[in-house]
Design a protein around this ligand. Structure first.
Ligand code: IMP
Length: 205
């Protein structure tokens, strides 16, 4: 089933991560969608029990759509480091610990690479975006941006692992580049582009 949301439709952004909510609001801005965040609606955060980004995005979107009574958009994303066999992957948020301190997560990536006598590694940011309706229909789109992880961390912009990620053909980390540039090339931007191509936001309706 193809989902269609008319101009002015309410869409719950099913994330409690302020960095992601900010980026998703920026992406939705031009499409006439009334975005509200799951945090503002005080919706509970479901446990991320999936083993893939797509499975977690789907379960978060479905839980928010059912609890909130509107269409919902969820993002599940993370950093996959080649030399760490794809870790932290779907555990990217968990590596930051209960205080969500990404210095801890970044140090863990660094330590695990050092144990393998490495100072960096090819890596990719992956994003799955899922749109769900309260009735259970859903569609999911994925985007990947390839690059490498570098140490020490550099830059103050962005969030999460941005200070250690340099995209292919770039020299600055995602935390050093202009946020507009990140929004145009990121894993989230690529997944969002695929979502737009599916015409979910039907601006003719
Ligand atoms: P989850 O999708 O809520 O499980 O969280 C994914 C985690 O991956 C986030 O908390 C970030 O740490 C990390 N992550 C996802 N996208 C990005 C990004 O664009 N920049 C930096 N870190 C990211």
């Amino acid at each position: 089933m193809t989902i269609r949301l008319p101009r002015g439709a309410t869409l719950i952004v099913a994330s409690h991560n302020p960095g992601k909510v900010r980026e998703i609001h920026a992406l939705l801005g031009p499409h006439g969608i009334h975005a509200v965040s799951a945090g503002d609606l005080k919706l509970p955060e479901p446990e991320e029990t999936g083993t893939t980004f797509a499975a977690n995005a789907e379960l978060k979107a479905l839980a928010a759509a059912k609890a909130g009574g509107h269409a919902a958009l969820a993002d599940d994303s993370g950093l996959c480091v080649e030399a760490l066999d794809g870790a932290p992957g779907v555990y990217s948020a968990r590596w930051a610990g209960p205080t969500k301190d990404f210095r801890i997560a970044i140090n863990r990536v660094h330590d695990e690479l050092r144990q393998r006598h490495l100072s960096g590694s090819p890596a990719a940011f992956v994003c799955a975006l899922s749109v769900a309706l309260p009735g259970g229909e859903h569609q999911t789109f994925e985007g990947t941006v390839h690059g490498k992880v570098v140490f020490p961390p550099r830059g103050e912009k962005g969030f999460g692992y941005d200070p250690i990620f340099v995209a292919d053909l770039m020299t600055e980390t995602f935390a050093e580049i202009d946020p507009q540039l990140k929004h145009s090339i990121s894993h989230r931007a690529i997944a969002f582009e695929r979502l737009l191509h599916s015409h979910i936001f039907d601006e003719s309706l």
